[in-house]
Design a protein around this ligand. Structure first.
Ligand code: COA
Length: 383
């Protein structure tokens, strides 16, 4: 396999972008990434999008992006893995460059979720769970995440305050990120007093519904020598699946796909959890960050709940998690998230993260998951 580097990034401020059509989201993020890279050509485009058909009635989004970027006739394909679509697209782009099939690949993640009603968005997101035995009976993502939270709280004696601390930390990080959807700080009391969405999860335990796009330019190490900025290598790639339905899981507190994807990425990069200096982790709901950092090996099982309250995962802590604000504060246009996480880690490893910079960070990790970790991707980046 050839070495693969990220040479360009493009990410916009996520939010309710009613005035910006889907194609403009694609074009804006992509042009930023191409400009940042300084490349004069793109050989292939890979787009991650979970449900652009359901949310905007637009399928064929990769060809749409190629068309409006004026890049046709380059090959352009879409990858889907629910909320992990961005991570899956990054992996597909990596594979194209590593194999030699393409030399310069534009990886784009995009989702426009606010063109339909809140109910329709919730129903669209729930299509990532098992339709016949879960969604049909009314299961929603907040509902299923609440079941995971209940199981975790019971097993490890966690309290709602432990969950809330994750949101407080990620909002504090988001307040330092000019591209975060929410740049306000919150307190544990704010979280506990926000409306109850699915007991024990309050509104401020949830990532928001967002529109947005993010893009990276990947290329071979040789081409990366001509890049405008310091290339950041992708040294580890892992992807794994698990039961997409919760009722078939022996232990609701485990996210086995995350553990498997992490093991694969650590093995490929020849790294261990202790080597990671900064991470972007999938905090679609506060409980997801708690379970994920255990599966990634940052903390022992059962101790994920203590990481945010103790400051371990805050900026300045031993392993800063979600310095960009995470899905909670940066926003979560689902298909864009895995790529936006990569943009944040590249920004950190370039030393360009400003007030939220993790000093001296040289090794970073992203973890993105689909549904309740029915699929998961992990990437390791090195400066
Ligand atoms: N965090 C912080 N603020 C939020 C928020 C969130 N998660 N969701 C909404 N808000 C804010 C809005 O910005 C808005 O503020 P404003 O009045 O100042 O404009 C206000 O709350 C009301 O927003 P609204 O869109 O009416 O909220 P809602 O009740 O329809 O939706 C949730 C709230 C939590 C149900 C919705 O955000 C949600 O479903 N989130 C989860 C999405 C999901 O499952 N993603 C996949 C995860 S893996």
């Amino acid at each position: 396999m050839r070495d693969v580097a990220v040479v360009g990034i493009g990410v916009m401020r996520f939010g309710e972008l009613w005035e910006t059509p889907l194609r403009d989201l694609c074009v804006n993020a992509s042009l930023q990434a191409v400009e940042d890279a300084g490349v004069d050509r793109v050989d292939s485009i890979v787009v991650g999008s979970m449900a652009c058909g359901l949310f905007t009635e637009q399928e064929h989004v990769a060809a749409l992006a190629a068309d409006y970027l004026g890049l046709g006739p380059v090959p352009a394909t879409r990858v889907e893995a629910a909320c992990a679509s961005g991570g899956a697209a990054l992996r597909a782009g990596f594979a194209e460059v590593a194999s030699g099939l393409s030399d310069v690949v534009l990886v784009l993640g995009v989702e426009k979720m606010t063109d339909v009603s809140g109910d329709a968005t919730t129903a669209g997101l729930a299509t990532a769970a098992e339709q016949e035995y879960e969604t049909f009976y009314g299961a929603t993502f907040p509902g299923m995440s609440a079941m995971i939270a209940r199981a975790y709280m019971e097993r490890y004696h966690a309290a709602p305050e432990h969950l809330a601390a994750v949101a407080v930390k990620n909002h504090a990080h988001g307040a330092l990120n000019p591209l975060a959807q929410f740049q306000n700080t919150i307190t544990v009391d704010d979280v506990l007093q926000s409306v109850l969405v699915a007991d024990p999860l309050h509104m401020l335990d949830c990532s928001p519904v967002s529109d947005g796009a993010a893009a990276v330019v990947l290329c071979s190490a040789e081409t990366a020598r001509r890049a405008r900025k310091r290339p950041i290598r992708i040294t580890g790639v892992g992807f794994a699946t698990d039961t997409i339905s919760l009722y078939r899981r022996p232990d609701l507190t485990r996210m086995a796909a995350v553990e498997r994807a992490a093991k694969a990425a650590y093995a490929m990069a020849r790294r261990a959890p202790g080597d990671i200096q900064v991470a972007e982790v999938h905090d679609g709901f506060t409980i997801m960050e708690i379970c994920s950092i255990e599966e990634l090996g940052f903390v022992p099982r059962g101790q994920g709940k203590d990481a945010a309250p103790s400051g371990l995962t805050a900026l300045g802590g031993r392993i800063p998690v979600n310095p960009g604000g995470g899905l909670k504060a940066r926003g979560h246009p689902v298909g864009a998230t895995g790529v936006a996480q990569a943009c944040e880690i590249v920004t950190q490893l370039r030393g360009e993260a400003g007030k939220r910079q993790v000093p001296g960070a040289r090794i970073g990790l992203t973890q993105n998951m689909g549904g309740s970790a029915g699929s998961a991707s992990v990437h390791i980046f090195e400066a």
